[in-house]
Design a protein. Structure first.
Length: 565
């Protein structure tokens, strides 16, 4: 059994958060009842699906669930969009369980070998083109099925199924040539198939003695690579699944009922909506806010969305005379209640970057002020910590950046330019050769953020650069290209670019069309890119190849070989 841990400061903080947490009583009670049921009880659910709009409190509810599991002396592990592929997700969950005294020895040892060999091959200048995009997925399976499963990974130099199979075969042969150990060859060619059974077997050994809750947050950002894996896993493809594991999946959208149809009887669906008025008032009461005029302003401005209720309550004045007219946005009111003008400005400026840490804040406010303001920001209710930094809550950030853009368009442009140069400088400090740079996760991150800030600085000036990066990204990495498109969409949304001039949504629809086999629509996207006329020569060639491939797949052979545009 898991030994009783001594009380820590974090434990005390969790208890205080529990005392402030209000509402969601039915959802919490459902979880507690389910957790207490015997594993073979017909009433027990083995998958909890929490869903609802941004700001409604999904992460807060998952934290409440996790605190309950911890308090019960059981085991819990958490993953979110920080991990970019399935092996990394398993590794993070395993690392957290090990921190609680339970090692997934077989999986961890094999994953360590996988990471070492993968890094060696990814940085090898002899690696075939497109190899880094394929590694981490099953590259031993060749043919059209591979093309459909990872469409954005392929460098379409040839336009038939046999050629695609040949290219995938080259990747597999390269692995076999570089690695002499047959087990390692399969590990690199089929990491999910090799690692998942080990992961499950180790979990089974733990679940014989302990109950485990595995949390998957921000699923709207990870479902593209996790959904199929989780469905296959729970359906038994990788081996026996311990009944003592509860899978908690939270995202903006409900799990697809068609894709998850085989597991419907295992799922408890938990929709979340805004606070009721009673719940919001109870929350404010627990924050020692009792003046009716203050309460009415907060209810009115927040629309009872939990994250905004928390933000406004955290900075609300005791003097009702400071409330004034309840009109205006929640951001205006929040900033009005921050006494120090410097803090008000920092709260707005720090919302400009999509991720936050001390160094990024220093770019905005200067080295001499960074520590002071970063310490303050970390304690605000709208800044959340994740494994890769700090982030404004989406709902709050959206209102902050909109307010900033309206308040000072010139300063908006200057800050975005400053941040773009910061990320471009980080790319240079990596010191990577061009052939290796596009495969490097930090290079990809810095590129995505620099593109985002350049588009926010001057969309008309930098959209051609962003489109060239899109076509280049399609060669190297499926996850990379989708994250880049999301950044383009994000920038265009915040810049309020007219619908006819938006590229992010068009690129997203094109990628979706490829994934679903709607190649006519995909060809239209590439035609639009080609006709834009401002692509560099290499990007234009790449777009022409992708369009030819799309024509071929949609059976338009005359267009595919270029007899007609």
């Amino acid at each position: 059994m898991n030994p009783k841990k001594p009380l820590s400061l974090q434990d005390i903080r969790k208890r205080r958060q529990e005392e402030v947490f209000v509402g969601r009583e039915s959802q919490v009670s459902l979880f507690r009842r389910n957790w207490s049921l015997p594993l073979d009880d017909y009433r027990r659910s083995y998958i909890f699906n929490v869903f609802g709009q941004g700001g409604v409190g999904k992460t807060s509810l998952l934290n409440r669930y996790r605190n309950y599991v911890d308090g019960d002396g059981s085991l819990a592990a958490w993953t979110d969009e920080t991990e970019k592929d399935v092996p990394a997700v398993m590794e993070r969950l395993a690392a957290q369980l090990e921190e609680q005294g339970y090692s997934l020895k077989s999986f961890s040892e094999r994953y360590k070998v996988y990471r070492q060999r993968r890094q060696e091959l990814e940085t090898d200048p002899e690696a075939p083109q497109g190899f880094a995009a394929a590694i981490g997925r099953t590259i031993a399976k060749v043919g059209l099925g591979l093309a459909k499963s990872t469409p954005a990974n392929l460098v379409v130099s040839f336009l038939d199924e046999d050629a695609l199979a040949t290219q995938a075969g080259e990747w597999a042969n390269y692995v076999a040539r570089k690695l002499t150990n047959k087990d390692e060859v399969r590990l690199l060619q089929e990491p999910i198939e090799v690692l998942t059974p080990l992961f499950l077997k180790d979990l089974q050994n733990i679940a014989d003695d302990e109950r485990i809750a595995l949390f998957f947050d921000t699923y709207e950002r990870t479902f593209q690579y996790l959904d199929g894996w989780l469905i296959n896993l729970i359906n038994g493809r990788y081996g026996s699944v311990p009944a003592g594991i509860l899978w908690v999946i939270a995202g903006r959208d409900e799990l697809d009922k068609n894709r998850w149809s085989s597991t419907q009887d295992l799922i408890a669906r938990v929709p979340l909506e805004s606070f009721s008025e009673d719940e919001a008032r109870l929350y404010l009461n627990r924050k020692d806010i009792s003046d009716e005029r203050v309460i009415e302003v907060i209810l009115n401005l927040s629309d009872k969305l939990p994250i905004l209720v928390a933000v406004l309550a955290d900075e609300s004045p005791d003097d009702p005379n400071r409330i004034g007219d309840p009109s205006g946005t929640a951001v205006d009111r929040f900033l009005k209640w921050v006494d120090e003008p410097e803090r008000r400005q920092v709260a707005l400026d720090a919302a400009i970057p999509r991720r936050l840490n001390r160094d990024i804040l220093a770019v905005l406010v200067g080295e001499e002020h960074a520590d002071k303001f970063f310490t303050w920001l970390k304690d605000t209710p709208f800044v959340q910590r994740r494994t890769d930094g700090w982030f404004y809550h989406d709902v709050v950030r959206t209102q902050m950046v909109r307010h900033k853009h309206q308040e000072s368009p010139q300063n908006w442009t200057e800050l975005h330019e400053r941040l773009a140069r910061y990320y471009e400088g980080l790319k240079e400090t990596l010191g990577l050769a061009e052939i290796k740079s596009h495969k490097h996760p930090l290079w990809q991150l810095y590129t995505i953020e620099s593109v985002y800030h350049r588009l926010c600085q001057a969309h008309h000036k930098y959209i051609s650069l962003a489109l060239s990066y899109f076509l280049e990204a399609a060669i190297f990495d499926y996850s990379y290209v989708h994250r880049l498109v999301e950044a383009i969409k994000h920038a265009e949304r915040e810049m309020e670019i007219a619908e006819g001039q938006q590229w992010g949504s068009r690129l997203e629809q094109g990628l979706k069309a490829i994934h679903t086999g709607e190649y006519k629509e995909a060809a239209e996207m590439y035609t639009a890119l080609i006709n834009r006329g401002s692509l560099d020569e290499q990007s234009r060639i790449t777009a022409l190849r992708w369009r030819a491939y799309s024509y071929l797949q949609s059976k338009r052979l005359v267009k595919a070989i270029g007899l007609h545009p």
